[in-house]
Each structure stands twice: as C-alpha cells, then as structure tokens.
Design a protein around this ligand. Structure first.
Ligand SMILES: Cc1ncc(COP(=O)(O)O)c(C=O)c1O
Length: 431
C-alpha cells in the first residue's frame, strides 16, 4: 500500500515544535522529508509509526541498533538492572564485565574509559593525546566526522554557508577550531610534511570514511599513517564510532590489521543505549588518573553497561560478521543492479553492513566525488521509499542489523527498483 500522508506524525510534530526547538532532538532530523515521522515502537528490523504503518528500518537509530529493535537479550539485561536502580555514582560489576568484553574485541589494548556519546569520547581521546605529547594541534581529514564539539567540527562539509571560517556551526569557538589542521584523506606525503617538526599531538580519522560515502582507505594508507605517526611521536586515533563492532567484532582494527594508539567506540557498542569508550594502552589511558580530566555523571551507567554486555554477547556469536557482510553485499549489489537496469547514473559502496547509495555520480571514491552526488534527487527517492515501507537515512547511507533477512533485502531491492523506475525523468542524471 502506498502511504500518501502521515496525519498522526504530522500532528505530533506540530505539537512537538511548540515545546521542543525545531520539533526534533537533534538538528539534522528536522530536514527529514516530507517531515519527521514519529514512531510508536520497533521489533527486529521493523519500525511502526503512530499512524500504524510498518517500515523496514535501515536507519537503525543512525547506527546503534545493530541487533535490531527489542532484542530479547538486550531487553532482559536492561530490565534486570533497572529494577536495582538506574545509577550509583560508584563502582559496580558491569563496569569490569563490559570493559573486559570490549577489550576481548580489541586484544591489542588493555584499558578503556567509558563515556556516553561519540562526541564526548572523541574529545577525551584528543585530550589524552595532548596530555601525552604536550602538543596542541591535531590533524583531521575533509569529510570525516568526529562529533559536534568545537575542536572537531571543522572540515566536515566545507564550513558554514556564507562564512570564510572552516567552522561548521554558528557560535563555534574560532580558537578551539583553529587547533585542527584539515588535510585531504589518502595523501601520505601531505601527512608526512604536516607532521614533521610540527606541534601535532594527534591524527584522528575514520578508518573507513563512513560519514562521507562509505569509502575504504586506499591500499596501504592506514599502514602508512601508522608508520608516520610512530616516526613523529604523534598519537594515532581511529574514530571507530561507526566501524567498531560493525565491520568485525574488533572493528576496523581487526579488519585492516592496523593498530592505532587509541580507538573511539560508540553506536553499536550498546545496541541503542547511550555509551561510548576510548580504548588503548594503559600508558595513555592511565593519564586519566594523572592529570587528564575525564568526567561525566552518567559515565559507566549500570543499565547501559548491562545492555552493552548483552549486545556484545549477541554480536560475538559465530558467523555474525560473515552474515552481516553477506547482507551488505546483497543489498549493495541489488541497489546497483536496479540503478543500471533503469539507466540511472549512481554509485553504490559497501563495507560490511554499511552501504552508501549516491545518485548522479558514476563512482564515489573520494570526498569530492561524494560531494558531487545529487542529494535533491536522493531526498525525493527517500520519500518514495518511505511511502512504500522502507525507512532509510538522508545522505545515502544504509545500515543493516543482525535481524534483517535476505527476504527483507530482496523486498527492499524490489521496492527500490519500483521507485527508481517511476521517479521523474532526470533523477540521478546529475545536475
Ligand atoms: C565517526 C563518528 N564519530 C563520532 C560521532 C559522534 O557520535 P555521537 O553522535 O554519539 O556524539 C559520530 C556520529 O555519528 C560518528 O559517525
């Protein structure tokens, strides 16, 4: 059935806007077309909205719900803890049980700290790097995202429209954002020249550029970055907020076999509950007990850590990552086939259960190519998918969970083909 309007979502959104700024809990969600959808619940790979429509969910809460909605093991773990209190402000068993489970996935490391969001953890990682090196600046790369805090929200989408600064937000500290040296990803000569003899504490990067096109690192690049950081005494930080527990149990570190000094984890780590971590060697992490301030009322929350332990237990089952990768490949090749069949110019990238679909460009191998995609056409396509029961992210990324089935993927590919074939002529033909 083709949904034409969402009256209860519309009503809820109108009401929400009266009390909640913009009617959404994070700015980007206001851009959802035709308007934000309000959900009443989810089960497995499906979501149900206030109007009673059910969707196959490829948003997965923007990534965290890697074991789907309402997974019985996660529910039992959260219920089991919440009955005994929400937080203690002191030690409890889940602190070490969950920490040991994370370190099992990252055997090169022996310590971690808990935070609540990826943005916080990225901030802690940078602070540790500065504390360890006594240096101030850091290198990040165009199109890579490390959260919304002042120092890192630069060089993500090319700065705020109409402003000459690299800062992306109104009100952002110019001083803080000047600490970042923004480079093009993939160029080792540039990186070497920048790090040699300069005051650079850290290099931070997404090991797969998931936020801007799901682009894998060029062959040998991560190894090269590792080498240059070691030579120059620079702390290498992998931001694994998306890739951690998603590309492999041990994230990109396991997949590519390159060990950074610190890895930032978030999203999938707790199946939808707010948790992040910085993992690394004790020499660095123990600086948080020797002058580097790492604080937070909710750090190490027992309900959340019980949920993390349950999530990691589900994820580490035999065959999980082979299956997630197979689902990702199936979706990517299906979407690609439909574009070809209907003569629509577009590109599909995939790494494990993360897929990127871009219209109007024949390939997305670089941030520049990603920025050339036809986002207006893609937004129209998203609405058509939504009307047919497929909920996907703006910008072209798709996430898969352990709860999606091959049948779900095939249904989605069929619907995608239908949408592409009925879309107005010109969709995805570039602008
Ligand atoms: C790679 C990466 N790092 C950091 C963050 C920030 O995480 P959070 O939104 O939990 O603050 C994100 C969020 O999408 C991310 O994708």
């Amino acid at each position: 059935m083709l949904v034409t309007e969402w009256p209860k979502s519309m009503e809820a959104w109108t009401r929400t806007k009266r009390s909640l700024a913009g009617g959404v809990s994070t700015g980007l969600r206001a851009q959802a077309r035709p308007h934000p959808i309000f959900f009443s619940g989810g089960a497995g790979a499906r979501l149900t909205d206030l109007d009673g429509n059910t969707y196959l969910d490829y948003v997965l809460g923007w990534g965290p719900n890697i074991i789907g909605h309402g997974h019985p093991q996660l529910v039992a773990a959260v219920q089991g803890q919440i009955e005994h209190g929400a937080t203690y402000g002191s030690g409890h068993e889940f602190e070490y049980l969950a920490a040991e489970a994370v370190l099992d996935a990252y055997p090169a490391f022996d310590r971690l700290v808990w935070s609540n969001s990826g943005s916080e953890a990225a901030q802690v990682a940078l602070r540790i790097a500065r504390g360890a090196t006594g240096r101030q600046h850091f290198v990040k790369f165009s199109g890579h995202y490390h959260g919304w805090t002042d120092p890192v929200l630069v060089g993500y989408r090319g700065g705020r429209a109409g402003s000459s600064s690299a800062a992306e937000s109104l009100g952002q500290s110019e001083n803080a954002s000047r600490d970042a040296v923004v480079l093009e990803w993939g160029n080792l000569d540039d990186l070497r020249a920048t790090l040699t003899g300069r005051d650079i504490a850290a290099v931070v990067l997404e090991p797969v550029l998931c936020n801007s096109g799901v682009i894998e690192p060029p062959d040998g690049y991560l190894e090269g970055v590792r080498e240059i950081c070691t030579e120059t005494g620079t702390v290498l930080i992998f931001d694994e907020v998306i890739t951690g527990f998603r590309l492999a149990f041990g994230g990109a570190v396991e997949k590519y076999g390159v060990v950074p000094d610190l890895a930032v984890l978030g999203k999938a780590i707790a199946g939808g509950l707010p948790l992040s971590a910085v993992v690394g060697k004790s020499e660095l992490l123990d600086l948080t007990q020797a002058g580097v301030v790492h604080a937070g009322t909710y750090n190490g929350n027992p309900v959340v850590l019980a949920g993390a332990l349950a999530t990691l237990d589900v994820l580490k089952r035999e065959g999980t990552y082979e299956r997630l990768d197979a689902l990702g490949r199936r979706l990517a090749s299906g979407l690609g086939d439909q574009l070809t069949r209907h003569g629509v110019v577009g590109a599909v990238n995939q790494v494990g259960p993360v897929v990127q679909c871009a219209l109007g460009v024949p390939a997305v191998r670089t941030f520049t190519e990603f920025m050339g995609a036809d986002t207006k056409a893609y937004d129209l396509l998203l609405v058509e998918l939504l009307r047919r029961g497929v909920f996907a992210l703006p910008g072209g990324r798709w996430y898969l969970s352990t709860e999606h089935t091959e049948h779900d993927i095939d249904t989605t590919i069929r619907i995608f083909g239908e949408v592409v074939s009925v879309s107005s002529p010109g969709v995805g033909e570039g602008s």
